[in-house]
Write a protein that binds this ligand. Structure first.
Ligand SMILES: *Cc1c(COP(=O)(O)O)cnc(C)c1O
Length: 374
């Protein structure tokens, strides 16, 4: 430990004793991976101590696949605002602030606006969020509003929102913080570092949902940087999954009216298309689509059998892995990225069929015991 960090810990009390050992508090991903990121001594780091999310083994999925395959879930919905977008936003907002910006803008299917608002407001910047009216999950909209974003709901889809936002950012003094902003991917690549740090090498397969395809590009960048530095020996095969009603990268052309229950990936014209195609090629990966029914089945299985509540878009990674399970080599290590928290979208959760929801019961022991099957 350097003198500076121990002084910092002394001043901020960021040090605790657990089980007799000195446990060091996680200082956020910019401080942890500082030498890998484009920050300097003058960067005003805006952080909510994002990152350091669990890499959780999934016995249910391992049992289902068999052949000694090991499956891990990167539970990135446990970030401060409930999605991986926080990783990109700590960087994008810190750099916007460093450059003297006073306002940021994003187009969003929900999570970007929540993360942008939380970090921008914490950093003292205004936030404008352009969203497709009616297609943002309730929890995300609630967050953006409460975090103090000025929410501009348009009668159009995400792709139209993004085009409009890019125009606004070009003509007015507002900084764009969508994943076209290169600092976003810089922050997001730290998730690959965390996976590699936890496993000691890259996984064999990495399964991830794709919307604008920034995150798959960020993971690939992270793994490549670690390999160039000699910290890992291998690179993963990257599997990107889209919802079948919203699968421009699988189809090879833009989709004018994307549809899917997984609103976070309801994107017909991905901004990072070229980057994603390069990832597929360089990693000898695959892009494939999954039906909404398959997404929802994986979503329910993760919560109901594994105790992990992710949002529908995130479950696309697991649905895709299961669909292509026969192609996973025996004994391989697979990581599925769970990008967002299930609490973001209570509507979809409640809209599922629930045989275990017993209503209109009389407040009497006998009546309730009967329903319990006792
Ligand atoms: C943003 C988002 C995605 C898609 O990420 P891209 O970088 O746009 O491909 C997937 N899942 C969730 C929960 C998201 O918020």
């Amino acid at each position: 430990m350097t003198l500076v960090t121990s002084l910092k810990q002394l001043l901020t009390g960021q040090s605790s004793r657990a089980g007799g050992a000195t446990a060091k508090a996680w200082p956020g991903l910019v401080e942890t991976y500082r030498s890998w990121l484009p920050v300097d001594d003058n960067t005003p780091v805006v952080s909510l101590l994002e990152g350091n999310t669990p890499l959780l083994r999934s016995p249910t999925l391992e049992k289902r696949i068999g052949r000694g395959v090991r499956v891990f879930l990167k539970v990135d919905g446990l970030n401060p605002t409930g999605s991986f977008k926080d990783r990109g936003m700590t960087m994008a907002i810190s750099k916007a602030k460093q450059s003297g910006a006073t306002a940021v803008i994003c187009a969003s299917t929900g999570n970007t606006s929540a993360a942008a608002a939380a970090y921008a407001r914490r950093g003292g910047l205004r936030t404008f969020a352009v969203i497709p009216d009616g297609y943002v999950a309730k929890g995300k909209l609630a967050q953006a509003l409460l975090y103090g974003a000025e929410v501009l709901a348009i009668q159009g889809n995400f792709d139209q929102a993004l085009a409009l936002t890019q125009d606004l950012a070009q003509r007015y003094p507002v900084t764009l913080v969508n994943s076209i902003n290169p600092y976003r991917l810089q922050g997001q690549k730290t998730a690959a570092f965390e996976v590699a740090d936890a496993l000691g090498d890259a996984p064999d397969w990495l399964c991830i949902p794709m919307g604008n395809a920034g995150n798959i590009s960020a993971y690939w960048m992270g793994f490549q940087e670690y390999r160039s530095a000699g910290l890992i020996k291998t690179l993963p095969v990257m599997w990107g999954f889209q919802a079948s009603g919203s699968a421009p990268l699988v189809l090879g052309h833009a989709v004018a009216n994307p549809t899917t229950v997984a609103t976070a990936i309801r994107i017909g014209n991905p901004a990072n298309r070229e980057k994603a195609l390069a990832v597929r090629k360089e990693s000898r990966g695959r892009f494939a689509s999954v039906e909404d029914g398959e997404i929802l089945a994986a979503y329910r299985m993760l919560a109901g059998e594994e105790g992990v509540f992710c949002e529908p878009a995130s479950a696309a990674s697991v649905a895709g892995m299961l669909k292509h399970a026969s192609k996973i080599p025996a004994e391989a290590q697979v990581v599925c990225i769970l990008t967002g928290n299930g609490l973001k979208d209570p509507t979809t959760a409640l809209d599922c069929d629930h045989a275990n929801f017993h209503r209109n019961l009389a407040p009497e022991v006998d009546a309730v015991a009967q329903v319990m099957g006792l």
